[in-house]
Design a protein around this ligand. Structure first.
Ligand SMILES: [Cu+2]
Length: 218
């Protein structure tokens, strides 16, 4: 028994020691085929490896009829709070698959919240103001990053193995995935090109699946 335990402990330590860093960069072309200058809302994440990450509690504040920040990434089990700092009503909702929710109407100083239990891209809107939108990216492991303005990203603590590395951006037509072999030395030069040439802003529907009525009431 003691021998087995020691072996397990060794394996655990070896695993920690071998965790590597994956760095690289996201690139994206815009509608005119030019490079996008600000990639700070691109996300990069390791797929195909489930691992528990400590749940977070992060705030997406509603102020001036905007969600701030526009994008957050959290591990499964995390709670996103939605403080309303406007003196008017907002109604936060999403119809994104298993992460759908509806916080109903409230105004300052109430704070609604939602715990996200399913990995996925959650598109968050307000049922009153069609121009308000936010993105919550929910991941089932701790290996994700938000790119810097110049597209560079760094994901730490990745155990050696074979993975899919995916980049996603709201304005890209689809996510870009590459196969990645991580050794204990890490990966330094992953390049993930995204195609934003076909981007068109399309007005989403309200929480009932209908068009927004013209003329705001609040
Ligand atoms: Cu609103």
């Amino acid at each position: 028994m003691r021998v087995v335990l020691s072996a397990l402990l060794l394996a655990a330590f070896a695993g920690d020691a071998a965790a590597a860093t994956v760095t690289g960069r996201v690139e994206m072309t815009d509608r005119n085929g030019k490079p996008v200058a600000d990639l700070s809302e691109a996300v990069v994440y390791v797929e195909g490896a489930k691992a528990r990450a400590t749940p977070l509690k992060v705030a997406v504040t509603m102020k001036g009829k905007e969600f701030r920040p526009h994008l957050v990434i959290v591990p499964v089990g995390s709670t996103v709070t939605f403080p309303n700092e406007d003196p008017i009503f907002h109604n936060v909702f999403s119809v994104s698959g298993d992460n759908r929710f509806d916080l109903d109407l409230y105004k300052r100083p109430k704070v609604g919240e939602k715990a996200f239990e399913q990995p996925g891209i959650v598109r968050v809107y307000c049922n009153i103001h069609p121009q308000m939108s936010a993105i919550v990216v929910v991941r089932d492991n701790p290996w994700y990053a938000q790119a810097r303005r110049d597209g560079a990203f760094s994901i730490e603590g990745v155990p050696p193995g074979r993975y899919t590395l995916t980049a996603w951006h709201e304005r890209a037509q689809k996510a870009t995935s590459i196969e990645l072999t991580v050794t204990d030395k890490g990966v330094a030069d992953a390049v993930l090109p995204l195609d934003g040439r076909g981007f068109k802003r399309v007005q989403h529907k309200n929480k009932f699946g209908k068009d927004y009525a013209g003329g705001e009431k609040y």
